[in-house]
Design a protein around this ligand. Structure first.
Ligand SMILES: [Zn+2]
Length: 217
């Protein structure tokens, strides 16, 4: 798997210092600063501690099977600023390099918020997942209109097919941390409300369908 994060700290220096402090018990394979400079902190073959308590497609030890990239951005606690161009270009280039080296399904390229929906919001709704998908990184839906709203059971089935932990999380109803919110934060970042509307229904069916077409193990 490939897991993308924002650092959620004041600046690159404080984030890197923390990620290199053994006492903090957090680490990541890479950090990318606002200017696009890449810092390789942990070898790809080694385990880093970036995911924490998490779940994807039934697997809970995500650190054991993933590469983690920390993207420097203060995040929700520091005003949720746009990710600069140079930084996103570097993210794309690094992800493309990693995908050359490792056989990672597009369906297993995720945000931290998707694998730890009850705890995490990163990389957040400003992160340009669509741009990454246009560069071959991760799944992205095509615009489609659908007039029906699916029921909660079908939404749950779709979320589970995509990889989310539907057993231990609320499906809908909160702007933060329920599964529909975290799904929207990834695939419809302009409106994150946790509600099962027409567009969310259409996106759920599409992403579940795209996921099922990819090899995911
Ligand atoms: Zn994170």
């Amino acid at each position: 798997m490939l897991v993308l994060h924002y650092t959620g700290m004041q600046d690159a220096k404080s984030a890197i210092t923390r990620l290199c402090d053994a006492k903090a018990k957090v680490s990541a394979h890479y950090v990318i600063d606002e200017a696009g400079q890449v810092f390789a902190l942990v070898a790809e073959e080694s385990r880093a501690w970036h995911a924490g308590i998490a779940h994807w497609r039934g697997v809970t030890d995500i650190n054991n099977i993933s590469i983690g990239i920390e993207i420097v951005n203060g995040g929700h606690d520091f005003g949720l600023h746009e990710f600069p161009h140079a930084q996103i270009s570097a993210v794309i280039k690094l992800c493309q390099d990693i995908l050359q080296r490792h056989d990672i399904s597009p369906a297993n390229i995720v945000g931290h918020n998707e694998i730890a929906p009850n705890r995490k919001l990163d990389p957040g709704e400003k992160f340009p997942w669509e741009k990454l998908a246009r560069s071959g990184i991760g799944i992205w839906p095509e615009p489609k209109s659908q007039t029906t709203i699916i029921d909660l059971d079908e939404a749950k089935t779709c979320l589970q097919a995509i990889g989310y932990d539907v057993q231990n999380n609320d499906i809908s109803g909160e702007p933060e941390h329920c599964l529909l919110s975290e799904f929207q934060r990834r695939y419809r970042p302009q409106q994150v409300d946790g509600l099962l509307d027409q567009q969310t229904s259409s996106l759920l069916r599409q992403i579940a369908d795209l996921t099922n077409r990819h090899k995911t193990d």
